[in-house]
Design a protein around this ligand. Structure first.
Ligand SMILES: [Zn+2]
Length: 93
């Protein structure tokens, strides 16, 4: 039974959230290969968690562009990094 659930999960989530979250900033910057981009997009479409995370990262990136002249408030990048680390730690437990 566990094996069946595991198999279904793999089909529905081709890439681990952890992996996707790390790639989202690159995805938004357009720095991923087409193949990876398609996988990330497919994952986001089915994963609410990663979809919300993408929205957050996008907001920060947009903000960073606007505030380029006066620099990003200290801690903003750190905050994203911490979010990534926290979500990874939670999944590991
Ligand atoms: Zn996900």
């Amino acid at each position: 039974m566990i094996h069946i659930v595991d198999t279904i999960h793999k089909i529905e989530v081709p890439m681990a959230c952890r992996k996707v979250e790390k790639m989202i900033p690159l995805y938004l910057d357009g720095e991923l290969s087409t193949e990876t981009k398609v996988s990330v997009r497919a994952h986001i479409q089915h994963c609410t968690k990663c979809h919300d995370f993408k929205k957050d990262v996008k907001r920060v990136i947009a903000l960073r562009g606007k505030l380029d002249r006066i620099r990003v408030p200290a801690g903003l990048t750190e905050k994203i990094q911490r979010t990534l680390e926290n979500s990874q730690n939670k999944r590991r437990k």
